[in-house]
Design a protein around this ligand. Structure first.
Ligand code: NAD
Ligand code: WQD
Length: 340
């Protein structure tokens, strides 16, 4: 029988790509999302790509009554918990809203899972939990560090909540996925990243300059102690990341306790290397200037990606050129993102 996976926040950027990967791997997918940072069109387009539109609940995951109903109406085998607010800068300005949303969502979900007899949860954590103190590349055995934002702390706290819950309940299986820097889009150009307002992240900013929505990109700092003076990150194609979730769900269903996996490529690229790759593969000039450093940015970090390779049998396959090409396909065919 087909297994059913609930994706909280499944209408969002990573959730929608994961929905495609799960459906293509033979799972049934149910999505619960309040659309606070996404569009129902993403769910419909998952249907266009795969031929199967996921069952969709427009609910706030913190609303216990509504979420309980999702478990009552569906035989949920596992949950992938994407739902959360994710803008680092906004979290500094609105810490309480971030803690309220991201922590409450997890607590309510855990209560509903217990009531609904669902024992498997995969959580969207972030490389940001390694903090500033750890040496690079980051390994899962390293202690969590001091996070640079309330957003980061919501990830660190949620990890701890889930680890504690799994210690207390021998039936519970928890997989914590620490994403590095997801970019790119599905190669169909039908789904992709659709940020509200001015993009905070590098790739959506580059693609909005390319499509003419923004005049110029500011590179935040050209005087770092890195090979070309700009920051370096472990950029990972969102479809590779989505495949990592399929493997993680399989692992989660077969194990108990908690396990942490980095989802990264293991190879860093600099901001200038990304701009150059985007220009070359898409034959478009990106206007940019080198500006001041952005507060809170680390010079460079990337993943040790061996654990996911050894235990999940997963590794990233797509290249920087794929990431730049697929981002442009999405942005150029949907210049204003999903229709509002
Ligand atoms: P996203 O904003 O596109 O998706 C998150 C989804 O959660 C959105 O569709 C939003 O509407 C929904 N949501 C938020 N709060 C909700 C609530 N209370 N109830 C119901 N739905 C709610 O973001 P994304 O990039 O797809 O990220 C998914 C997850 O991965 C997030 O938890 C994010 O923090 C985490 N993450 C993202 C990145 C990244 O760079 N994109 C990196 C590391 C971790
Ligand atoms: C990448 C590089 C910037 C924009 C963030 C979160 C992290 C995770 C992923 C959720 C940096 C530079 C950017 C611009 C630039 N998200 N840059 N000009 O900061 O590595 O990670 O997203 O968990 O928690 O912090 O990603 O894409 O913002 O920046 O020069 O206009 O691009 O300085 O060096 P970051 P990013």
């Amino acid at each position: 029988m087909k297994k059913t996976i609930l994706l909280t926040g499944g209408a969002g950027y990573i959730g929608s790509h994961t929905a495609v990967a799960l459906i293509e791997s033979g799972y049934d997918v149910v999505i619960a999302d309040n659309l606070c940072n996404s569009s129902k069109q993403a769910v419909e387009r998952v249907g266009k790509i795969t031929g199967t539109t996921p069952k969709f609940y427009e609910i706030d995951v913190r609303d216990k009554e509504s979420l309980s109903k999702v478990f009552e109406e569906n035989n949920i085998d596992s949950v992938i918990h994407f739902a959360g607010l994710k803008a680092v800068g906004e979290s500094v300005k609105k810490p309480v809203a971030y803690y309220r949303n991201n922590l409450d969502a997890t607590l309510t979900l855990l209560e509903c899972m217990e009531k609904g007899n669902c024992n498997n949860i995969v959580f969207s954590s972030s490389a940001t939990v390694y903090g500033e103190e750890n040496p690079i590349p980051y390994e899962e055995t390293m202690p969590r560090g001091a996070c640079s934002s309330p957003y980061g702390w919501t990830k660190a706290f949620t990890e701890q909540i889930l680890i504690d819950a799994s210690k207390a309940d021998p039936e519970l299986s928890v997989v914590l996925l620490r994403y590095f820097n997801p970019i790119g889009a599905h190669s169909s150009g039908l789904i992709g990243e659709d940020p509200n307002g001015i993009p905070n992240n590098l790739m959506p900013y580059i693609s909005q300059v390319a499509v003419g929505k923004r005049d110029s990109l500011t590179v935040f700092g050209g005087d770092y102690d890195t090979p070309d003076g700009t920051c370096r990150r472990d950029f990972i194609h969102v479809c590779d990341l989505a495949e990592g979730h399929v493997k993680a769900v399989g692992y989660c269903e077969e194990h108990k306790g908690s396990e942490i996996f980095n989802l990264g490529t293991g190879t860093p690229y600099s901001v200038l290397e990304i701009i150059n790759a985007f220009e070359k593969v898409n034959d478009i000039k990106i206007n940019y200037t080198i500006g001041n450093r952005r507060e809170g940015d680390l010079p460079q970090f990337w993943a040790n990606a061996e654990k996911a390779q050894n235990i999940l049998g997963w590794s990233a396959k797509k290249t920087i050129d794929d990431m730049c090409k697929d981002t442009w396909k999405w942005q150029s065919t949907n210049p204003d993102g999903y229709e509002k």
